[in-house]
Write a protein that binds this ligand. Structure first.
Ligand SMILES: *[C@@H]1O[C@H](CO)[C@@H](O)[C@H](O)[C@H]1NC(C)=O
Ligand SMILES: *[C@@H]1O[C@H](CO)[C@@H](O)[C@H](O)[C@H]1NC(C)=O
Ligand SMILES: *[C@@H]1O[C@H](CO)[C@@H](O)[C@H](O)[C@H]1NC(C)=O
Ligand SMILES: *[C@@H]1O[C@H](CO)[C@@H](O)[C@H](O)[C@H]1NC(C)=O
Ligand SMILES: *[C@@H]1O[C@H](CO)[C@@H](O)[C@H](O)[C@H]1NC(C)=O
Ligand SMILES: *[C@@H]1O[C@H](CO)[C@@H](O)[C@H](O)[C@H]1NC(C)=O
Ligand SMILES: *[C@@H]1O[C@H](CO)[C@@H](O)[C@H](O)[C@H]1NC(C)=O
Ligand SMILES: *[C@@H]1O[C@H](CO)[C@@H](O)[C@H](O)[C@H]1NC(C)=O
Ligand SMILES: *[C@@H]1O[C@H](CO)[C@@H](O)[C@H](O)[C@H]1NC(C)=O
Ligand SMILES: *[C@@H]1O[C@H](CO)[C@@H](O)[C@H](O)[C@H]1NC(C)=O
Ligand SMILES: *[C@@H]1O[C@H](CO)[C@@H](O)[C@H](O)[C@H]1NC(C)=O
Ligand SMILES: *[C@@H]1O[C@H](CO)[C@@H](O)[C@H](O)[C@H]1NC(C)=O
Length: 572
């Protein structure tokens, strides 16, 4: 009796010895493949300390065996030793945000207790070992943002406890295996930014608990299986930029997916109407259907109280009819609204006066390239946080509202290619953050306000094809921020070109053509060293062409025709 007891005691203790010694040796093997440890995180991994005290190690209390290996964001360089597969009590392997390369060792497949595998944000390559499917306790696989190749292992379908599979941002190819539909606990499937192709498997419709389904920026094709629209737990659904996904969306989509907060579909071939059930999508925050082939009218959005971003640009929506933009009016009580993009459709009608009641959180409003008529509502001046306002390429008439000067955060304003009349309001000089101002191809007249000189961030100014007159204010030539273009062509500008034009040292495109500019070309133009296009044809310039133009080395296009100039340019 005593003998047996003693024997089993010895047996037990050698077993413990062997266990903890294996862990120690495994960890030392792990350390031996770390070639650089800039913060000295593994300094404590030495023989004077028990390994349970080493940095990043948590041991199970009962067995004194490694349960957690946690070394996040330490800039560790090296690879993961296969010996890690000997840490048989390991529950969590957590090495995110390092610079680990090499393959994920298939020996991890031996870790029967492993619940969380987080190797995200490293440089791991090679294929995902199918052996991971032997870690039947796995709840989280997060290996996103590495350089993994090959296919998603079909074997993963057996991981019935898996809640998160994040393989986002790798170089994975192949199909999404149908067996993924067997992951009955799955909540997050994040597979965007890979090269997955083929169709989305119907079996994904079995993922009754899934809340986040991300398959954007891949090469998926075909239609979204109807089974997906039965997954009522879904909150985020992203299909962006597969280019080949197609088909129409079921009209009751937002009824069968009542928790949907985000639906992104942009850059695909989806067609048909925007599902009418969207009128009741009261949880929706983001809807992005841009650059598809959606058609029909846009339902009322009045009940989308949480909406922040609405993007339907680049579709076939609207009929050119007067009621097309009704949906804009329906947005007035949506207090969190930040982005509305409706450009590049067939919308007719007028911009609603109620735009003045839009949320002051609105930052971006795009309605360009439609068939919109009427005036720009002066109430736009209430949208104090507006940064981008773009209604170009429509049939908008009337004057530019003075109230635009009340929008101090404007960065981009595109009103070009419309039928705007009257003068450029001097209040625009108040919009001191403006970077791009497009007013070309309208019927604007009168003088250019001096206040434009206050736009010290302006990189591009387009005033072409209007009926602007008078001399160009000297202040314009003080805008050293101008880098992209200054286009004054096809107006009625008079006077001579001032020497100050030489201040535009960053400017790439300068177009004075088809005006009534007089006098000599200022020699100072030769200091505009970034110029690639210099167009001054069709004026009344005279005298000799300054030699300094020969020093404009980047010049690709020069037009001085239809003037009274003499001499020629000698390239020095
Ligand atoms: C292993 O465990 C035994 C018993 O708990 C202990 O005496 C011994 O010091 C441990 N060895 C190591 C290397 O941790
Ligand atoms: C072992 O690590 C501990 C804790 O970082 C440190 O104080 C000690 O100097 C180290 N011993 C050796 C021999 O490196
Ligand atoms: C640990 O793992 C390595 C590599 O998988 C293996 O060669 C070695 O025999 C294992 N060591 C022990 C003590 O189990
Ligand atoms: C992973 O990288 C992303 C993007 O670079 C970053 O936002 C995130 O905080 C990182 N996470 C970890 C745990 O390193
Ligand atoms: C990994 O799986 C393959 C195929 O099942 C097998 O041949 C190999 O021995 C496994 N390796 C480990 C370390 O489990
Ligand atoms: C899983 O483990 C079993 C034995 O434990 C082995 O036969 C099989 O090849 C393993 N499968 C994978 C994919 O590693
Ligand atoms: C897993 O999924 C595949 C394909 O959907 C199916 O054929 C297989 O029977 C499933 N396996 C289990 C264990 O459910
Ligand atoms: C994915 O599509 C892009 C663009 O259509 C193509 O260049 C690329 O070769 C495709 N990749 C795969 C893996 O099919
Ligand atoms: C969606 O769910 C309903 C009710 O559970 C079921 O009758 C229908 O077949 C399912 N549709 C698809 C495409 O899975
Ligand atoms: C916005 O709210 C006001 C006040 O509650 C209400 O009278 C109006 O009908 C609402 N408009 C829309 C389009 O929901
Ligand atoms: C210009 O800005 C000032 C201060 O922000 C403001 O008081 C003034 O009304 C603005 N002018 C116009 C014409 O909007
Ligand atoms: C342009 O302005 C001139 C003078 O102000 C005027 O005579 C002419 O009719 C205008 N042309 C157009 C197309 O508006």
């Amino acid at each position: 009796m005593t003998f047996v007891l003693l024997f089993s005691f010895i047996g037990l203790s050698t077993c413990l010895m062997r266990g903890n010694e294996t862990d120690r040796l495994s960890l030392l093997s792990f350390k031996s493949l770390i070639s650089d440890d800039p913060s000295g995180a593994l300094h404590s991994w030495n023989n004077t300390l028990h390994f349970c005290q080493w940095q990043g190690i948590t041991c199970s209390r009962r067995h004194q065996r490694v349960a957690v290996l946690d070394l996040p964001s330490l800039k560790l360089i090296g690879s993961i030793a296969p010996h890690i597969g000997n840490l048989s009590f390991l529950k969590e392997l957590h090495l995110p945000g390092n610079k680990l390369s090499g393959e994920i060792p298939s020996e991890i497949g031996f870790l029967k207790r492993l619940r969380k595998l987080r190797l995200l944000n490293n440089s791991l390559n090679g294929e995902i070992p199918p052996n991971l499917s032997n870690c039947s306790a796995l709840v989280i696989i997060d290996i996103r943002n590495n350089q993994l190749l090959g296919e998603i292992p079909n074997e993963f379908g057996s991981l019935t406890k898996l809640k998160q599979l994040s393989i986002y941002k790798n170089h994975l190819t192949g199909h999404i295996p149908a067996s993924i539909g067997n992951l009955s606990s799955l909540i997050i499937l994040s597979a965007s930014y890979n090269s997955l192709y083929g169709s989305i498997p119907f079996s994904l419709g079995q993922l009754m608990n899934i809340q986040f389904l991300f398959v954007a920026v891949n090469n998926l094709s075909g239609t979204i299986p109807l089974s997906i629209f039965n997954l009522s737990a879904l909150t985020y659904l992203e299909f962006t930029e597969n280019f080949e996904l197609q088909g129409s969306l079921p009209p009751d989509l937002f009824t069968t997916l009542p928790n949907l907060q985000c639906l992104t579909l942009e850059y695909n071939q989806f067609s048909g109407p925007i599902p009418v059930s969207i009128t009741n999508a009261s949880n929706l925050l983001f809807f992005d259907a841009s650059f598809n082939q959606f058609s029909g009218s846009v339902p009322s959005l009045a009940k989308l109280h949480k909406l922040q971003r609405w993007d339907i640009a680049g579709n076939r929506l609207g009929t050119g009819g007067a009621d097309d933009l009704y949906f804009l009016s329906s947005l007035v009580n949506v207090t969190g609204l930040e982005v509305v993009k409706a450009s590049g459709n067939y919308f007719g009608g007028r911009l609603p006066e109620t735009i003045s009641n839009f949320s002051t959180n609105l930052r971006v409003f795009y309605a360009g390239s439609n068939q919109i008529s009427g005036e720009i509502p002066p109430g736009v001046g209430y949208l104090v946080n507006l940064e981008e306002f773009s209604v170009q390429n429509n049939r908008i008439s009337g004057t530019i509202p003075r109230s635009i000067g009340k929008l101090p955060n404007l960065v981009h304003v595109y009103l070009d290619r419309n039928q705007l009349t009257g003068q450029i309001p001097s209040s625009i000089g108040n919009c001191t953050k403006l970077v791009l101002l497009g007013l070309g191809a309208n019927f604007l007249q009168g003088k250019v306000p001096q206040s434009l000189g206050m736009l010290q961030e302006l990189a591009g100014l387009d005033l072409k094809i209007n009926n602007l007159t008078g001399p160009v204010p000297l202040e314009i030539f003080g805008l050293t921020s101008l880098s992209i273009s200054l286009d004054l062509s096809a107006n009625n500008f008079v006077g001579s070109l001032p020497n100050e034009v030489g201040n535009l040292k960053n400017l790439g495109y300068l177009d004075f053509s088809n005006n009534q500019f007089l006098g000599n070309i200022p020699a100072t133009l030769g200091t505009c060293v970034r110029l690639e296009q210099l167009l001054m044809g069709g004026n009344k310039l005279q005298g000799s062409i300054p030699e300094s133009l020969g020093s404009l080395r980047g010049l690709e296009e020069l037009d001085l025709s239809r003037n009274n100039l003499s001499g020629e340019i000698s390239r020095s």
